[in-house]
Design a protein around this ligand. Sequence first.
Ligand code: UD1
Ligand code: CA
Length: 472
Amino acid sequence: MEGMETPVTVVILAAGLGTRMKSKMAKVLHRAGGKTLIEHAVETALEIAPAERIFVVVGHQAERVRAAARTPGIGFIEQAEQLGTGHALLVGRAALAKLDGYLAIIYGDGPLLRASTLRRLIETVDGGNAAGALLSAEMADPTGYGRVVRGAGDSVKTIVEQKAASPKQLEIREANMGIYCYRAELFWRHVDEMRPDNPAHEYYLTDMVEILGRSEQRVAAVKIDDARECLGINNRIELAEADRLLRERKLRELMLEGVTIERPETVTIDGGVEIGIDTVIEPFARIVGATRIGENCRIGASSVIEDSTIGDEVEIGPLTVMTGARLERGVKAGPFSRLRPGSHLDENSHVGNFVELKKTRLGAGAKANHLAYLGDAEIGAGSNIGAGTITCNYDGTDKHPTRIGAGAFVGSNSTLVAPVEIGDGAYVAAGSVITTPVPADALGLGRAHQVVKEDWARKRRARLAAKPAGGK
Ligand code: UD1
Ligand code: CA
């Protein structure tokens, strides 16, 4: 027995366009579970093989597929013309045949395949003195799939494609999932025996089963319990199904790790998101990209959180939207807050409804609780930003900073015309337009003086009453 130390090479077939997607974009560039299909395949491959032994067969939109696969070290094989799954291997022969060990073959359009299943497949070859093994599944309706015809001792005798199958063979419910592992040396020794002698004039990879059988080599089948793991995406309905399954998988993982998810069927969380224990995710939350959330947080209903880092004990109110934000421990944000890239909320600071931040640091314990725009600003610890405060950071050409010290009090409806500075402990009177610095501990007051005209209203009413009714 060679053991799992035997090196594995993974070939990912991804040259097809995927006509049934009805798209201008190659099939494997579509996304499910927050990633392109090709990224999923490469990630799965990386769990069982080093990057230098992973090869993607590209054809349609090769450049874009290469870019999407973006993993340093992996190889690409150009299959300009797609003459079948077997042909995809033939064109890669120069690069592949020199690699010993196992040759695993997967599809670029099957994002649900688990690395653990691939390992099981490899172990079957490894422990079972077989030349190769394939994944199969019993399906209620195997229409469109190749059928697994079993031979002596349970090994696979041949695979017949739907179109070539006899009525009797069409009754077979065990379908070929199209995922293989072969002993590389045997595979390459016999690969030339594939012939495009079928109605489609294609080189069928499935022919390798019979070819190896002819030289007394056994190919085994590993039955998986749920064919959905090998769901190959052909149209947008299957894409949505794969997306749903991937997200369901992620939610189950999180729940088993101690995250409470209310109404999980409404929640969308990307595969790469990390969430700490005892955090509660309310219905319809959407948490995507490179997001990390700490322990014991609450993520409000219908919030959208993208590429953000959230510490422990953070409370996000409903309908809060953030991208590229960082929230330290104990922060409260929302409902209805908008945190744009570069928003950094220090410990225990608060932002409330209809408050927008961009490239702004809000100091520890500082508050901006209602209706404000704070852009390109630095706000010191413990400051209070009144309702309706606006940092006028843009002069039509350039952006300018606003600096507010610690313990400052900015009255409601203040307009801070940047660049401007407000010192520690300073006050800004409500309704001020501030264009020059307010030093520490000073009061900045920038509004018209109020005028009061005694009796003005009473006199006006008397004047109006003295006019003749309806008169001119
Ligand atoms: C194949 C199998 C079938 C199996 C099914 C499982 C063959 C002949 N048949 O059929 O037994 O049940 O998968 O899904 O292999 N591709 C290339 N280059 C090519 C042809 C295909 O890269 O020249 C890629 C496609 O982009 C696709 C994958 O290989 O991702 C599968 O090809 P497809 O034509 O869909 O094979 P099936 O007809 O589904
Ligand atoms: Ca297919």
